[in-house]
Design a protein around this ligand. Structure first.
Ligand SMILES: [Zn+2]
Length: 276
């Protein structure tokens, strides 16, 4: 009997221990859950703030335009692959994915590539991206292309920015430093012959002009030549076709006139012959 009582006591004690353990684990889970929900909330808040990210879309656009026009043709010519470590790589443009989802339907018609909504102007589509698709932006501090605008001379391709007449030596030195660091990371001198050539090219094309002494102009090595040649060829062809069209119309009208004169002559001769 004593044994039985002791066993029952032991059983109750073990049940009590199990109950305590369960309570403890449950409270731990709730705390963890709370923590998780809290982190999720902070993440959401962070994502919510993402569309107020301090990265100018306009300046990023200008930087990309410069990269595309004044750098990429030469990089392609060398068949060189820019690494992701390089800030000029398309993956380091916060807005690249959104820009690639812009569909220019007509003169005043733009379409969102994510939800197919249409807009009258590109600026409205930009606003739509900011309001509706900000969650698609991959936000991290090093991905803002606008941050390297100083090195790439973005102001020169932006119409809205008033040109500064006075040169600031400190700003010029800072931009030159940034420019040279871009050349070093994107086209390392020890990265092979093409990287070496592109490194030299980058310094001449972008970095040399960051000086207040003047004389050197940015983009001295020119831009995408193939495109300008294509446009020249296309415009010459259009002019030739237009000239041919007018010559054809002129000849056709002349031919018609000649025909009517002949007809008039024939009818006159017929009228003269009739009375006899
Ligand atoms: Zn959309």
């Amino acid at each position: 009997m004593v044994c039985l009582r002791e066993r029952m006591k032991m059983g109750k004690r073990s049940e009590w221990v199990a109950f305590c353990f369960l309570c403890f684990s449950l409270s731990l889970q709730t705390i963890q859950g709370y923590k998780e929900s809290e982190t999720a909330r902070t993440l959401k808040l962070e994502q919510g703030d993402a569309h107020e990210v301090h990265c100018s879309r306009e300046r990023s656009k200008a930087a990309w335009k410069i990269i595309e026009e004044y750098l990429m043709p030469f990089v392609e010519e060398e068949r060189y692959q820019i690494s992701r470590r390089c800030r000029l790589h398309s993956d380091n443009d916060l807005y690249r994915d959104q820009e690639q989802h812009k569909i220019h339907v007509g003169v005043n018609e733009w379409q969102c590539g994510y939800c197919r909504k249409r807009f009258y102007g590109e600026n409205y589509l930009d606003q739509h991206f900011d309001n509706r698709h900000y969650d698609l932006l991959n936000v991290s501090h090093s991905r803002c292309l606008a941050d390297i605008c100083g090195a790439l001379h973005c102001d020169l391709v932006m119409d809205s920015v008033p040109r500064k007449t006075k040169c600031n030596p400190a700003a010029a030195a800072k931009n030159q430093h940034l420019c040279e660091s871009l050349a070093d990371t994107c086209f390392p001198v020890n990265g092979g012959p093409s990287a070496g050539r592109l490194h030299e090219f980058f310094l001449r094309q972008f970095c040399d002009a960051h000086t207040c002494t003047g004389g050197r102009k940015p983009f001295s090595r020119g831009h995408r030549k193939t495109r300008s040649i294509f446009y020249l060829f296309a415009s010459i062809l259009t002019l030739m076709l237009l000239a041919l069209f007018y010559i054809f119309i002129y000849m056709h009208r002349r031919g018609m006139k000649g025909g009517t004169v002949e007809l008039k002559r024939i009818s006159k001769s017929v009228q003269k012959k009739k009375p006899s």
